[in-house]
Every structure is written in structure tokens, then in C-alpha cells.
Design a protein around this ligand. Sequence first.
Ligand SMILES: *Cc1c(COP(=O)(O)O)cnc(C)c1O
Length: 317
Amino acid sequence: MMAADVGDDVFGDDPTVNRLQARAAEIAGFEAALFFPSGTQSNLAALMAHCERGEAVILGLEAHSYRYEAGGAAVLGSIHSRPLPNRPDGTLDLAEIEAAIEPDDPHFARTRLLALENTIGGRVLPRRYLEQAAALARRRGLASHLDGARIFNAAVALETSVNSLCAGFDSVSVCLSKGLGAPVGTVLLGSGGFIDRARRVRKMLGGGMRQAGVLAAAGLYALEHNVSRLAIDHDHAARLAQGLARLGLPVEQHTNMVFVRHGVDPQALAAHLGAHGVLVLPAPRLRLVTHLDVDAAGIDRALAAFAAFRFSSTVTP
Ligand SMILES: *Cc1c(COP(=O)(O)O)cnc(C)c1O
């Protein structure tokens, strides 16, 4: 990062940002890419580049862009969300997607976009499902967006390429700052024309950064060094899940995420774990995430912290 060549990315002449964008586009199999300060802004710019005011996006009730992005699509994009329930495996039912596409009639917001998320709550969407969903969107004249903040986790879990998981989607947003370990940044991928529209939206949202090569350098490092090691995070999550199951807690693990229901006061448990150096957001169903700064010894320390807590014996799965 200190050695990065920089320019002014608002004018498109930061060489390190340009290298990152070219490399990300190459890895994921797209024509063009655009560097963003955050995944939230990248998703919003994607939605705004696909949809005009008053047009609708079909997406999951659990989708990050529906639930955890402060309603930006509605507030800033005047985009109508048409949420559908995610099934237990994270997918949206294809028949429900079809049924949610409104006919061309002035009563309805025009359905413009299908947006999926992979991984979602750590769950990897089946490859066949992704193909079917993208094909459905194409057949019905919708654009398709994939929130692939954690798409590299999906690719590593399936032992396949990111490229193959993005096939058929018009745009994909990939976080460099999650499992990949960069301090900041997301890349949005798509066609040249789509990325041109997204660049205008990014500027409007205040995401045009000047000497951003300092940040892009970390993203390039992450793409070159931190992808295959995601398998270690998945192994660590499995080790954590097994240990928690041995304590009698109902546990679910997907890729680098472990979800555990504990049946006790979330604040008390979070405080106890925090005192043992394990940071969690208090919730009835805790989400524990492994990443490149957590090693096997850290997993064992976390398990010891859980073991030292008095759980009631009434936890039900
Ligand atoms: C983290 C995340 C985002 C948003 O990324 P930020 O950089 O935190 O804004 C979007 N989608 C998914 C699935 C994420 O996990």
C-alpha cells in the first residue's frame, strides 16, 4: 500500500485502481469493473444502474441489500423492492420469482431486476440454481445482479472458479474486505456500458475517490494471496461448530460462519465472551465468523470461553 503508484481515480488515471479493476474483471469473467469504498455503495450503484425511478427489484427478505443497507434503494434510488422469503437454503423459489414479475400494466411498478446473494448467511447457492435463476431473468427480460460480497467463499467451498459462479449474471459485487482481508473496498463487475452508468452513480453517491490506489493495492494483494486460504477459515468454522455441538448447543455451520442458539441472555453471554477476548454481537442466535486473523489456537480459546459459561439445559434446536 505504501509503495502503490497513485493518480486521480475520479479521472480514471490511478494506475493501481485500474490494475485492480482489470484483474477483478479478468478473474470473474466480466468486461469491466469499478472500485467502491463499500459493498453497500456498490450494491446501491448496481441497483441504480439497472433500475430507473419507480422500477422494481425482486430480492430476498434476508438479502443484505434489502435488509441491511438502510433502505438506500428506496431512499436514494426511488427503486421499489419486491422481497420474497428466502428458503432454508438461502434460495428464492423460482416459481415465486416468476409470479412476482408484474405484467406491463400502469397499476404496477415495472419489474426490472432480479438480485440474489451468494453466499447468503454463509450458505452457498447451488450452481444449478444460479444457472436456472439467471436463465429465468433473461427469459423474462429482467436484468440480474448478484451480491457476491462473499462469492470467493462459495467458489472455494465448491472447489470451482468465481468465474463459473458469476456466469449468466449481468453484474456482481465482490467485497475485498470480508474473508479476503483487505481493509476497505468492493469491486462491481459488469459490461462496459453498465459500469459507465455505475460510475456516474458512484460519483453522485460521493464514492469517487482520488488517490485510491493506496486502497486498491490492498485489494490486489488480497486477490493474489488470500483466496485459496479461505478453505482454512471454513475448516476453522467446522472445528468451532463441532466444539460448540459438544457443549450441547444447537449449531449450524456454513463456509466461514457458525450460528449458535444459546437460550441465555444475549447481553450476558456477549459480555462473558468479550471478557475472554471473543467479540460477538449480542443476539439470540449468535453469528461467529472466522477470517484470516483467527487461527486454530484462537478457535480453541473461543471454545474454552464458551465452555466457561453456564448455559441453561433448556436450549431447544
Ligand atoms: C458486508 C456485505 C455487504 C456490504 O458491504 P460493506 O462494505 O460492509 O458495505 C453487502 N452484501 C453482503 C452479502 C455482505 O456480506
